[in-house]
Design a binder for this molecule. Structure first.
Ligand code: UAG
Ligand code: ATP
Length: 524
């Protein structure tokens, strides 16, 4: 598997174009014969076309897909579906052109039919929310794996079926890609799929035509307002997942007001889960975390989950910090509602393996080396949570390596500097993805924030390359210390001056360890 658009069933079903046109009430805009065309796939992107595809030309936010219809036909598309405006721009094509009122909304349901509704034969779980989607999805997958020999995962990090995965282009792929992957998963023997559902995906119909067995909500925090307008719009887009035809039943974390509103407004049966020990909403919630011992075992946290019938379950989060108690509790409830026995879900989530770039332990403490982790925290809130999460498992000093993205929110740079200066002991400021900006200027803005808390810059270092920063941090840390590298998580590249360089924090950490441990003796 190389590209998401190529993740297609090896033996696709075949449908007649005329029957599809009938089913979706599409009108012909040309005189070509409909019955001739045999359809085996769908796409909304001309460069993803495979012979036998229908090309759905959507009116985009930037351009109209109809501008690429000829290119799609050249690549083997057997028909074009577009709206009236798109059809009006088309020169004569050698394939039928069909018209739909809303091609973007049609793409998912059409692809579902073309691939013979794969989701109907899979157990499907969709997770939405501002933070915690990736982590919760992997925890759910760990539980699903306990009962299904093959599972699939789709999200920000990867698109994976069984043990074979590829890098994911985004959190939720386009609807036709999604349906093709489900069909491929089924072909490869998968019984269950856990996926992340972004708010963009919900707004742009990427999950239209897919009814998920269990849908879940983690939390809502300020993000993506450029796209959704305001928090209310952001909430309403997230809430679309909890509608009949989209999700059969839901599990909602009610720690924030948005979760509580969702429980009130959802149009499908939902259960509530409160994960903040002692908070008032815990009393009324269906499920609640009623005790948590953070970091006592030096790794994750033990916690107690109250079930709707009042039973108390002893559970465990394999990742540090309160947020991961929340993610683990949600995953247990979701997996249970997706058919995993409760005790099996508790056990499997407690032993879930590493999640790429999410509090991922790359070097274990011992033999003179510190614990070293990689985490994706790249916002001020996430940075606070990440540093607070590792403090209880750090007997020595907390060492952080971080930077901040170029061509993105500039205001957060000094704020993140202040947070690091407050919550970490040793700081190495470096580059993240500078993009078109001058890297030194970004570091300088971060250092302004550091200086506000630590004017003499004690234990503050600056490194002009991220690789060097990681080597420096590891060299100056001792066994009781913890090194945390934040901001890039699983990312496989670093974008500098418009060029994507292959780069990964975990790989650099591993080679820094190899360099350190080869000839030299280390002392705790
Ligand atoms: C803001 C946003 O989500 N935009 C999505 C939207 O783009 P658009 O309407 O602007 O598309 P366009 O560029 O005008 O093109 C119109 C149509 O022409 C097609 N086209 C275009 C060029 C070409 O050569 N051939 C061709 O066929 C396009 O595939 C598209 O179908 O529709 C396109 C497909 O129909 C998506 O690919 C595109 O996602 C872009 C790539 C994107 O970056 N989206 C991000 C913001 C996103 O979705 N992120 C969320 C996670 C957010 C988070 O939580 O962090 C995600 O799920 O990943
Ligand atoms: N339940 C949670 N509440 C708040 N913050 C969280 C939660 N879970 C994880 N985080 C923080 O958010 C960061 C991203 O976590 P994760 O990747 O699981 O979320 P996500 O919703 O998938 O975000 P993204 O789409 O950016 O990957 C982590 O680095 C962690 O610090």
């Amino acid at each position: 598997m190389t590209s998401p658009a190529r993740m297609r069933p090896a033996h696709p079903a075949e449908h007649g174009l005329a029957a599809l046109a009938d089913l979706f009430s599409l009108v012909t805009a040309s005189d070509a014969q409909l019955d001739d065309a045999r359809v085996t796939g769908v796409t909304v992107a001309s460069n993803d076309v495979e012979p036998g595809d229908v090309f759905v030309a959507v009116p985009g936010l930037r351009v109209h897909g109809a501008a690429y219809a000829a290119q799609a036909v050249e690549a083997g598309a057997v028909a074009v579906i577009t709206d009236t405006a798109g059809a009006a721009t088309l020169a004569a094509l050698s394939v039928p052109v069909l018209v739909s009122d809303d091609p973007r909304a049609l793409a998912g349901p059409l692809a579902a039919v073309v691939h013979e509704r794969p989701a109907d034969r899979l157990t499907t779980v969709g997770i939405t929310g501002t933070n915690g989607k990736t982590t919760t999805t992997y925890f759910v997958d760990a539980a699903l794996r306990a009962v299904h020999p093959v599972t699939a995962v789709m999200g920000t990090v990867e698109l994976r079926i069984g043990d074979e995965g590829i890098e994911s282009p985004r959190t939720t792929v386009e609807a036709p890609v999604l349906q093709a992957i489900l069909a491929l998963a089924l072909e490869r023997g998968a019984g269950a799929v856990a996926m992340e559902v972004s708010s963009h995906a919900l707004a742009l119909g990427r999950v239209s035509g897919l009814e998920l067995d269990v849908v879940a909500f983690t939390n809502l925090q300020r993000d993506h307002l450029d796209f959704h307008g305001d928090m209310d719009g952001y909430f309403r887009d997230k809430a679309r997942l909890f509608a009949p035809g989209q999700g059969r039943r839901g599990v909602v974390v009610v720690d924030d007001e948005w979760g509580r509103r969702l429980v009130r407004e959802a149009q499908i049966p939902v259960e509530s889960l409160a994960t903040h020990v002692g908070a008032p909403e815990g009393a009324d919630a269906d499920w609640a975390v009623v005790a948590a011992d953070i970091g006592l075992d030096g790794v994750g946290s033990a916690f107690t989950l109250r079930t709707p019938d009042g039973a108390l379950l002893e559970a465990h989060s394999p990742l540090p910090g309160l947020v991961n108690v929340s993610n683990a509790a949600l995953a247990i409830v979701v997996a249970h509602r997706a058919g995993v026995p409760l005790d099996v879900a508790v056990e499997a989530v407690g032993h879930a393996g590493a999640i790429p770039g999410r509090m991922e332990r790359v070097i274990e403490r011992g033999d003179g080396l510190p614990l070293a982790l990689v985490d994706y925290a790249h916002t001020p809130d996430a940075l606070v949570l990440a540093l607070e999460a590792v403090r209880p498992i750090t007997p020595g000093r907390l060492v952080i390596v971080f930077g901040s993205d170029g061509d993105r929110d500039q205001g957060k740079r000094p704020i993140m500097g202040e947070i690091a200066a407050r919550l970490a002991d040793v700081i190495v400021v470096t580059d993240e993805n500078p993009r078109s900006e001058e890297p030194a200027a970004i570091r300088s803005a971060i250092l302004d924030g550091v200086r506000a808390v630590r004017p003499d810059l004690t234990d503050v270092h600056e490194a002009t390359s991220r690789t060097q920063a990681i080597h420096d941090a590891l060299a100056l840390a001792h066994e009781p210390d913890t090194v945390i590298i934040t901001g890039k998580g699983h990312e496989p590249t670093q974008e500098i001056a418009g060029v994507f360089h292959r780069y990964n924090d975990r790989d650099v950490l591993r080679s820094a360890r190899a360099e350190l441990t080869a000839p030299a003796e280390r002392h705790a």
